[in-house]
Design a protein around this ligand. Structure first.
Ligand code: MG
Length: 297
C-alpha cells in the first residue's frame, strides 16, 4: 500500500517520537511505501491530512493518541482531492487511545497488525457545529464537569504529572455550578440543570473511562449521557461512578439516543472533542452513518 503516515512525536508523553523509527521500519518491512509526516504544532495533522492527494494514497495512518485521531479525521473530512474518503488507520501511541479500543486495538503493535491484516469497516462519525463552523468527532464530545476537569488537568499536567486529573477533578467539584441546559433530541426538547452533557460515538473516553457502554460505532445513532439535577452534596459520591463505568444504574444519569441534537447551556461552556479543548456551546450534532472506512483488528 501507499501509506501516508502522520505521527505526533509528543503523543503519549514522547512515546510517539520513541516508537516512530520502529513503526516506520515495521511498515516498510510489511512491503508498504510510506511517506512520513511529523506534526509540529496543534492542528498541523489536520493541515497535512487535508492536503494529501487521496487518489495517490491507499491509507492515511495516524500514529498518536485521541487528539491526533481528531486532528487527522478533520483533515480527511476537509480533503476534496477525491470523491471518496481515503481509508483511515490508527496506530495507538497516545496517553488515551479511546476510539482504538472499539476497533480491538490497545497498543501500537495492534495498529501495525491491523495494517498487515488489511481488514476494514465503515464507521459513523459525528458532525458538530460550533460558532458557525463544521467539525467532526469520531469518539466523543461534551461539556460541563468532564470537560472542565480535562481543561484544568491539561494545564496542570506539565507541573504535577499524572495526578493533575485527580487534583483537577477535586478542584472543579469544589467550585462547580450546574449549567441550565436545553437539549433537543431529534426535535424533542428536554431541559435540565446539567453537571455535564456528553455525546458519544464510541464506548470509551480518556482512554480508560467507560462513559458510554452501549455505544455502537456504526448504528447511525449518537448516545448522549447527561448527569442531571444532582444536589452538589451528592456530586463527590455520584460523579466518580462514571470513571468506574457503574454510572448507568444511578438515576441522575440520563441517556438520550438520536441522530440529530441541538444543545445550549447557560453559562456558555467549553467543549472537549476527543479530550481536546475545542469549541463552545451551543452545539448542533448530526450523525453521519458509515461515513468513513477504518482499519480494524
Ligand atoms: Mg452509535
Amino acid at each position: 500500500m501507499n501509506i501516508q503516515l502522520i505521527y505526533n512525536p509528543n503523543a503519549g508523553g514522547g512515546k510517539g517520537d520513541k516508537l516512530y523509527p520502529l513503526i516506520l521500519k515495521a511498515l516498510r518491512d510489511q512491503g508498504h511505501t510510506v511517506t512520513p509526516y511529523r506534526t509540529l504544532y496543534r492542528f498541523h495533522a489536520t493541515e497535512i491530512a487535508k492536503h494529501i492527494d487521496a487518489n495517490a494514497c491507499d491509507l492515511i495512518l495516524a500514529a498518536g493518541g485521541d487528539g491526533t485521531v481528531y486532528e487527522v479525521l478533520n483533515g480527511i473530512m476537509q480533503n476534496t482531492s477525491s470523491k471518496e474518503h481515503p481509508l483511515y488507520g490508527l496506530i495507538p501511541v497516545g496517553t488515551g487511545n479511546s476510539f482504538s479500543v472499539d476497533l480491538q486495538m490497545k497498543n501500537w503493535t495492534d495498529g501495525l497488525k491491523a495494517v498487515a491484516g488489511g481488514k476494514s469497516r465503515e464507521v459513523d462519525i459525528m458532525e458538530f457545529i460550533t460558532e458557525g463552523d463544521k467539525y467532526y468527532s469520531i469518539n466523543a464530545i461534551g461539556f460541563g464537569l468532564v470537560a472542565d476537569v480535562s481543561y484544568l488537568g491539561n494545564k496542570m499536567k506539565k507541573f504535577i504529572g499524572k495526578t493533575a486529573y485527580t487534583v483537577g477533578a477535586v478542584a472543579e467539584i469544589i467550585k462547580f455550578k450546574p449549567q441550565k441546559t436545553k437539549l433537543e433530541v431529534d426535535g424533542k426538547l428536554y431541559e435540565y440543570e446539567g453537571v455535564f452533557t456528553n455525546f458519544s460515538n464510541s464506548v470509551w473516553i480518556g482512554g480508560n473511562m467507560k462513559i458510554s457502554p452501549n455505544s455502537i460505532i456504526d448504528d447511525g445513532e449518537i448516545e448522549c449521557l447527561a448527569l442531571e439535577n444532582l444536589p452538589k452534596k451528592d456530586l463527590l459520591k455520584v460523579f466518580p461512578t462514571v470513571f468506574e463505568g457503574k454510572h448507568l444504574s444511578v438515576p441522575q444519569f440520563k441517556v438520550y439516543k438520536g441522530k440529530h441534537f441541538k444543545v445550549s447551556s447557560e453559562p456558555v461552556k467549553i467543549c472537549n472533542p476527543e479530550g481536546e479543548i475545542f469549541g463552545v456551546t451551543p452545539l448542533e450534532l448530526t450523525v453521519l452513518q458509515k461515513e468513513i472506512r477504518v482499519l480494524t483488528l
